[in-house]
Write a protein that binds this ligand. Structure first.
Ligand code: ACO
Length: 330
């Protein structure tokens, strides 16, 4: 990254998961699957599901309040709110606008980021630049999803994978040499069809036919995404570490997108890093898309596992197909 920019870091985190637990055994009663299949193919044991009347903004709000408290920043001090989500309350207005009002965040600028599971890393990268140049002081970045609302509960290929959650981070100026050191973002639209909701947009507006054909649910080419994920996470992780003038062995903790334990395993192997350095919480939450990295980050921060000076690598992939890695010195 070129040009003079002040250091920007994560100065507070928060998260929220809905109380309702859906286990693999519950899913056995809903579709033709088994606890054994789900555990061995994905590593997931249970996930949290929001009640039908609870929108994404509710989860986002609760995680944001926690993050503000941990950063000791008042909502009124926020200049910018970015919500990464593929499950906004509605097409528009954006979820960030709803949150600005609910949090009482002055007239903070805000927008949603629709980059699938990679959205949180994208959001942090954008906020880092805006704070880095001195335009803003404090930004709230949230990854929040209610994927249960777009999962096809009749499709065993996908519905067993997802869960609902929100994670939030406050970004602000930090002392030189700390904070977000560098990032790598990318996108390869040649495989855009591998992960999508086919209908409901301008390409295929909602009709009786699209509803009858179940085209408003998430569809996925699992094996295609799997191959892409391992490659993209490994490449972009190496890139950020090199850009920061470090080597992989300097990385104290990797927080990968929580989609599948086998993906995390394969990435660890490619990066030649001990498996223990990779955070895993998908056993309890499944894949929570944009919420997965900030949720895991918040758990690690609160659990005291991230110490001052640690190098923490966030690495994600998702719809697009997109990828994003970011190296932080805590
Ligand atoms: N229970 C039992 N059997 C199942 C289930 C299930 N829940 N789901 C699929 N199967 C069957 C399939 O029908 C298939 O049967 P067949 O061989 O008779 O056709 C068999 O299991 C194997 O299916 P595969 O798709 O080859 O299984 P694979 O080992 O690739 O695992 C998985 C599938 C878990 C989806 C894996 O490919 C994966 O994790 N991919 C990446 C997914 C991902 O990261 N997505 C990101 C989403 S981000 C977002 O959505 C916002």
């Amino acid at each position: 990254m070129k040009g003079k920019s002040r250091a920007v870091g994560i100065i507070g985190t928060g998260s929220y998961t809905p109380p309702r637990v859906l286990t693999n055994f519950d899913l056995e009663k809903m579709v033709d699957t088994s606890d054994e299949w789900i555990r061995t193919r994905t590593g997931i044991v249970e996930r949290r599901i929001a009640e039908p009347d609870v929108p994404t903004s509710r989860l986002a709000l609760l995680s944001a309040q926690q993050a503000l408290e941990s950063a000791q920043v008042e909502a009124g001090q926020l200049d910018l709110i970015i919500v990464a989500t593929v499950t906004p309350d509605m097409f528009f207005p954006c979820t960030a606008s709803l949150l600005q009002h609910e949090l009482g965040a002055g007239y903070a600028a805000g927008f949603d980021m629709l980059v699938g599971c990679t959205g949180f890393v994208y959001g942090c990268a954008v906020a880092r630049e805006m704070i880095g140049v001195g335009r803003y002081e404090h930004a709230l970045i949230i990854g929040a999803e209610t994927l249960s609302k777009i999962a096809d509960w009749e499709d065993r290929n996908t519905c067993v994978l997802f869960g609902d959650a929100a994670g939030a981070a406050i970004l602000g100026p930090v002392e030189d040499g700390r904070g977000i050191l560098t990032y790598s973002l990318g996108n390869d639209g040649t495989n855009a069809d591998a992960l999508k909701i086919p209908a409901g947009g301008s390409l295929m507006p909602t009709s009786e036919e699209t509803v009858a054909k179940r085209l408003h649910y998430l569809t996925m080419n699992g094996p295609e995404v799997f191959k892409f994920a391992v490659r993209a996470m490994a490449q972009s992780s190496l890139e950020v570490v090199e850009r920061a003038g470090l080597s992989m062995s300097d990385v104290d903790l990797v927080i990968p997108h929580q989609a599948n334990l086998r993906i995390i395993d394969a990435a660890a192997k490619r990066l030649n890093l001990p498996y223990e350095r990779f955070v895993r919480n998908l056993e309890s939450y499944g894949n929570t898309s944009a919420a997965s990295i900030p949720l895991a980050l918040d758990e690690e921060v609160r659990g005291g596992r991230i110490k001052s000076g640690d190098h923490v690598l966030l690495s994600s992939f998702g719809a697009g197909l997109s990828w994003g890695s970011m190296l932080v010195r805590w």
